[in-house]
Ligand binder design. Structure first.
Ligand code: NAI
Length: 253
């Protein structure tokens, strides 16, 4: 996959899947705009990319802030032209049945995971459509396509991302812009780690989970980053509106 001369903006790129994706896109030759609410982590991602001879800059960005998203995208687009947007920033919540999850916690998840993706698309689409090219990759989840006990708000938010991606693909396709999603299963790192750590015996919970995967293991951050980079690249030029399961064969059973 080559992204030489392209510019890619990744949200939530201070850690986890976003960080791995920023590094993967930079390794493919893209100039990467690393964004996050976590400025220290974001700048560290940039440092790592530069240490590997990659090209990256950091912008502080809370994806819930539509105006801020628009101004970051405009600044990037004026300077480099925005080719790729990865809407990766996301949050989970305490594992609780629907009736027990506090509404404020639910709304926070919707705000970041749904409005954040909406804001990103709304900010990037005008420039991409005007140029007649561009690729958006939204990070959804396995939890967005299967029932996920005790993850009600999270699974609703990710299911919304899956279908919103189809809508964006249909709206923007005639202008030459693609939109796809990835649906990762649990990975070793990021929110997956936090989820397992909420159990009394995290290793036992991990082991139970592994048994659900055809490959009998959880994913690696780089395996999700590779799928995102593929969908962002010209190698995926006839793929749009798709939600790619990157879940070690969990959902096929
Ligand atoms: P993570 O917690 O390591 O990374 C999320 C990043 O998003 C953090 O750097 C955080 O500071 C940032 N962030 C949070 N709220 C933000 C906001 N309002 N604006 C901007 N940045 C914000 O978690 P991970 O696992 O890397 O998550 C990345 C994406 O992958 C999320 O959308 C998550 O739902 C999804 N995912 C993760 C899976 C896993 O097992 N780790 C499985 C399936 C999906």
């Amino acid at each position: 996959m080559q992204l030489n001369g392209q510019t890619a903006l990744v949200t939530g790129a201070a850690s986890g899947i976003g960080e791995a994706t920023a590094e993967r896109l930079a390794a493919a030759g893209a100039h990467v705009v690393v964004t996050d609410v976590d400025t220290t982590g974001g700048e560290e991602t940039v440092d790592r990319i530069e240490a590997d001879d990659g090209d990256a800059t950091f912008h502080e960005l809370d994806v819930r802030d539509r105006e801020a998203f628009i101004s970051v995208v405009q600044a990037v687009d004026e300077e480099h032209g925005l080719d790729v947007l990865v809407n990766n920033a996301g949050v989970g919540h305490s594992p609780k049945p629907v009736e027990d999850l506090p509404p404020a916690e639910r709304d926070f998840v919707f705000d970041v995971n749904i409005s954040g993706v909406w804001n990103g698309c709304a900010a990037a689409l005008p420039a991409m459509k005007a140029r007649g090219s561009g690729a958006i990759v939204n990070v959804a989840s396995l939890a967005g396509v299967i029932g996920s006990p005790n993850l009600g708000a999270y699974s609703l938010s990710k299911g919304a991302v899956v279908n919103f991606t189809r809508t964006v693909a249909v709206e923007a396709g005639p202008a030459g812009v693609r939109a796809n999603a990835v649906c990762p299963g649990f990975v070793e790192g990021g929110l997956g780690e936090q989820f397992f750590d909420s159990f009394d015996d995290p290793e036992a919970a991990r082991e139970r989970s592994r048994r659900g995967y055809a490959l009998r293991r959880l994913g690696e951050l780089d395996e999700i980053a590779d799928a995102i980079a593929f969908l962002a690249s010209d190698e995926a030029s006839f793929i749009t509106g798709e939600s790619l399961m990157v879940d070690g064969g969990f959902s096929i059973q």
